[in-house]
Design a protein. Structure first.
Length: 129
């Protein structure tokens, strides 16, 4: 765990493993957020279900490239490696998404603590009634 980040920091282009073939519903993709956070051009396959929210935001920002098969992966890698400006811009957009979304753990913790404090006072939020 954590070793890939070192390699991502050296890369011009990253393909995220476990996304090109269906390994079952519990195995849909590795973490594309790490290379995106480093501003790396990132390519994934169609199986990214474990990261649906992140993928939606990265796709909306055009900060990630999705390929459907091995042939398209080769094409995408070739294009991005020969178009460094395009790759750099894609990585920059991905990095902006990650920066914009940072702090979600703290926001979620605040919501949970607010609910617990309300419960202590007997003032349950509508969602718990």
């Amino acid at each position: 765990m954590g070793e890939l980040n070192k390699f991502y920091s050296l890369a011009d282009l990253v393909f995220v493993g476990r996304t090109l073939v269906d390994l079952g519903s519990k195995q849909h993709g590795s973490d594309m957020i790490e290379p995106a956070a480093l501003g790396r051009a990132t390519v994934v396959g169609p199986y990214t279900g474990n990261f649906a929210d992140a993928m939606l935001k990265l796709r909306q920002a055009e900060g990630i490239l999705i390929v459907q098969n091995e042939a398209r992966l080769l094409d995408a890698m070739s294009v991005l490696l020969t178009s460094p400006i395009q790759a750099t811009e894609m990585g920059r957009r991905a990095q902006e998404v990650v920066r914009r979304e940072q702090g979600s753990t703290a926001r979620h913790a605040k919501v949970i603590l607010d609910v617990l404090r309300a419960a202590e006072r007997g003032a349950f939020p509508a969602i718990l009634r």
